[in-house]
Design a protein around this ligand. Structure first.
Ligand code: HEC
Ligand code: HEC
Ligand code: HEC
Ligand code: HEC
Ligand code: HEC
Length: 362
């Protein structure tokens, strides 16, 4: 009995201290994030988070880090607490209908909270956060099997250099070289949008915490002319690294001429500005086809690579590009299929975000 209690205390203590580690910026004290010898007073220091609990093996980490990705990026987002983007909340995030309302606490990618709670269709089943998806295993729909369960970074992950195995290894030289005030041109990992190697974009410094038309990420996209085209600097091409058939490939997207006929799969990296002036897309987000207000509910990408926020749409060429993130969030949402809104329960309940673009179908 006594021993069990003692052990519980031992486990609980680091958990309480843990958030302190994560508040500092990468510019803070080295010891907040690194441990020189993985030893303090003769005891091991490194503590990783795996499936909601502390990994008690205390083995040293790459780059002398005192914890893993999840250890630092797990916490609760709040006003003023956004020096670290928390992608796995420890208490239920406030999401509401679209994750953009005034009281919401999720970020642009949504949150892994729901998938970590066992609702497997609500998020990417990342190793250390959730068990492998029982329906898909390691096979991304529209793509080929990964070598292992999905990870945050590395060859089976989304962040970092996907040719390098090891999560931290694949992320080397990113955190200390980050500059969110600049357009990320994808030339190096640190200069890639959200450390997604090769992807371009301009990052909201609040990670889209309670976004508005003038405060949000600027996503990069291109207006393709061929369904076989794939430019790995667009945000949709990131998703295509695993779900390729949903983005590009002969006979995968359009029936007949790309953009001039009927679609086989929902278009992405395709500019709505191409539509005729009589088409419903002209009224995107309640506008009239010129300087429509940007929708944070169903955002669009742009071919512009300036450090000027795209708060309106149909203002310049190729600024109304449909992307995977027009409908999905990358980490997770409370809804099926990582969708930004509750597609399944509409009508009756749910929310019809499709109508932001398909303005006559509400
Ligand atoms: C808020 C957390 C944090 C703090 C504080 C921090 N680091 Fe790091 N550091 C990281 C992370 C995460 C990595 C590994 C991934 C990467 O390179 O982005 C890293 C990687 C490194 C690397 C290898 C990659 C590179 O960029 O050269 C060095 C060297 C390093 N840190 C030194 C330091 C020193 C020295 C300090 C104190 C002046 C410090 N760090 C403070 C988080 C931190
Ligand atoms: C020791 C703590 C620590 C660890 C470990 C750590 N991060 Fe971070 N991370 C931070 C902090 C602090 C920031 C915010 C400051 C910044 O952007 O550099 C951050 C920012 C980020 C960002 C946002 C970058 C941007 O440009 O907006 C991403 C993506 C990210 N981390 C991914 C990862 C991944 C993937 C891992 C594991 C391989 C990881 N982090 C490990 C502390 C950490
Ligand atoms: C590194 C590979 C990888 C990348 C990149 C990737 N995914 Fe996935 N995705 C997977 C795997 C594996 C699954 C199946 C297992 C699971 O659900 O986690 C999946 C499942 C999904 C599902 C179905 C979820 C469910 O449980 O029903 C959606 C939706 C999805 N991904 C969307 C996206 C979007 C949008 C992007 C880009 C932001 C993206 N994916 C990027 C690997 C990836
Ligand atoms: C127009 C909205 C929209 C866009 C854009 C979109 N999706 Fe989806 N996606 C959905 C909906 C809705 C579902 C739910 C299943 C369905 O009804 O087809 C879904 C389901 C999925 C699934 C799960 C498929 C399965 O077998 O369960 C994956 C994976 C996925 N999307 C990936 C992507 C990727 C990758 C992109 C970009 C190339 C993308 N989606 C663009 C709306 C969209
Ligand atoms: C960001 C804007 C946007 C959103 C959000 C969006 N769509 Fe679309 N959708 C388009 C565009 C643009 C086209 C192609 C129009 C064209 O070719 O003229 C399209 C095409 C389609 C088509 C094929 C029509 C054809 O001509 O073959 C269907 C069906 C469709 N969308 C359904 C949906 C559903 C269901 C949702 C919500 C889950 C949705 N869309 C959300 C912009 C959007």
């Amino acid at each position: 009995m006594k021993t069990t209690k003692g052990l519980k205390k031992l486990v609980a203590l680091p958990l309480i201290l843990f958030p302190l580690v994560c508040y500092a910026k990468v510019t803070g004290q080295c010891g907040n994030c690194h441990t020189m010898h993985n030893s303090q007073g003769g005891a091991a220091v490194a503590q990783n988070m795996i499936d909601g609990s502390l990994d008690l093996s205390f083995t040293p980490n790459d780059a002398l880090l005192n914890t893993n990705c999840i250890g630092c990026h797990q916490g609760n987002n709040s006003v003023g607490g956004l020096t670290t983007p928390y992608v796995l909340q420890t208490s239920p995030p406030t999401y509401s209908n679209t994750g953009t309302e005034g009281t919401t606490t999720t970020l642009a990618g949504g949150n892994f909270y729901w998938v970590s709670s066992g609702l497997e269709a609500t998020g990417h089943n990342v190793n250390g956060i959730a068990i492998p998806d029982t329906r898909f295993g390691n096979i991304p729909p529209g793509g080929t099997a990964l070598g292992s369960q999905l990870t945050c970074a590395g060859v089976s992950g989304c962040h970092g250099d996907r040719t390098v195995s090891g999560e931290i290894k694949s992320m080397m030289k990113s955190h200390h070289a980050n500059d969110m005030t600049k357009w990320k041109d994808g030339s190096t990992l640190a200069k890639s949008y959200r450390f997604l190697y090769s992807v371009q974009g301009w990052e909201d410094q609040q990670y889209e915490y309670r976004p508005a038309s003038g405060h949000h990420n600027k996503y990069y996209g291109i207006d393709r002319t061929l369904e076989t085209q794939n430019d790995d600097s667009t945000i949709s091409s990131l998703c295509a690294k695993c779900h390729g058939d949903f983005h590009q490939g002969s006979g995968n997207i359009s029936s007949g001429t790309f953009g001039a006929g009927v679609w086989l799969r929902h278009p992405t990296d395709f500019d709505m500005g191409r539509a005729a002036s009589t088409d419903e897309y002209v009224s995107y987000n309640g506008g009239s086809g010129s300087n429509n207000v940007y929708s944070v509910i169903s955002p669009v990408a742009t071919a512009s690579n300036t450090e000027i926020i795209n708060s309106t749409v149909y203002t310049a060429a190729d600024d109304a590009i449909v992307m995977c993130l027009s409908c999905h969030r990358a980490h997770g949402t409370p809804y099926q299929g990582l969708l930004r809104w509750d597609y399944k329960s509409w009508p009756g309940g749910g929310f019809n975000g499709c109508a932001v673009c398909h303005t006559t179908k509400d």
